[in-house]
Design a protein around this ligand. Structure first.
Ligand SMILES: NC(=O)c1ccc[n+]([C@@H]2O[C@H](COP(=O)([O-])OP(=O)(O)OC[C@H]3O[C@@H](n4cnc5c(N)ncnc54)[C@H](OP(=O)(O)O)[C@@H]3O)[C@@H](O)[C@H]2O)c1
Length: 238
């Protein structure tokens, strides 16, 4: 029987590219593709579902709708800015509690809720992967520039939650791998306002980044669980 996988955030640049590449993988039988506004599937393997990271019941419903076990959960959602809403803060005086709460809800709490409802679907007797898109700027040890307070702090919180998930799963799912991923700088709506100054060869297409990330995941072992990995497979400090 082929693998069953779930991708959250398939309307996003990287999420959409992940689904396209995973659809071509003959070892995968079924891809549950989640977004806030799903459209009908145009591919035999893809099964669209609706969820919102700020609505736990929608995540619980998504988990309840899946039959059998899940070999890969890929959380490709995230938020840096929203038109008319949060924007990355350049200084402390720009901190707005509602905006900060929204970034934490989307970048940290939502993925934690996905872990809560989807970890029980991971197999105990074979390899499985729970991956989430984080960001290098969420690394506390690597922070030299400051700023972007809500985004950095919410991604640091996500990284901590993923380490906790790795520790908790190690007891019951010895072959499970939990990975926080840095996709590089990728040409999507999320990075669009911040691409000035990025050298063209350092700005990846979504397809390029998705290919790199799937390759990174293929090479991870349970001993790597809980790590933060960049698109080139290097392990980044928390
Ligand atoms: N692009 C980069 O250069 C870069 C760099 C480092 C890290 N990352 C990380 O990579 C991830 C994906 O980014 P991207 O570049 O592909 O951005 P994107 O194109 O803006 O995609 C973001 C995705 O998150 C979803 N999302 C946001 N809020 C949601 C909510 N409340 N409920 C459900 N889904 C929600 C969006 O859904 P809607 O379409 O419904 O809004 C969309 O599918 C993010 O975690 C980001 O922090 C990106």
């Amino acid at each position: 029987m082929g693998k069953q996988i779930v991708v959250f955030g398939t309307s996003g640049g990287i999420g959409n590219a992940l689904v396209a590449q995973l659809s071509a993988d003959p070892s995968i039988a079924r891809i549950h593709a989640g977004s806030r506004r799903p459209t009908a599937s145009t591919h035999a393997k893809r099964m669209p579902f609706a969820f919102d990271l700020q609505d736990e019941a929608s995540i619980a419903r998504a988990a309840a709708g899946i039959e059998g076990q899940v070999d890969l959960v890929f959380v490709a959602t995230g938020m840096l800015h929203r038109s008319g809403g949060p924007a990355p803060e350049k200084a402390l005086r720009a901190i707005d509690p509602a905006a900060m709460a929204e970034l934490f809800a989307v970048n940290a709490i939502g993925p934690a809720l996905i872990a809560k409802h989807f970890a029980p679907l991971l197999p105990r007797d074979r390899r499985s992967v729970f991956a989430a898109l984080s960001a290098k700027v969420g690394s506390i040890a690597d922070n030299r520039l400051g700023g972007w307070h809500s985004y950095r702090a919410s991604k640091a919180a996500l990284n901590m939650l993923l380490v906790n998930l790795a520790i908790e799963l190690r007891r019951t799912h010895p072959q499970a791998i939990v990975a926080a991923l840095h996709p590089g700088t990728v040409d999507t709506g999320l990075s669009a306002p911040f691409q000035r100054g990025v050298a063209p060869e350092k700005l990846f297409s979504s397809a390029q980044s998705a290919g790199y990330l799937l390759d990174v995941l293929n090479h991870l072992t349970p001993a790597d669980s809980g790590g933060l990995f960049a698109w080139d497979g290097s392990r980044l400090p928390y």
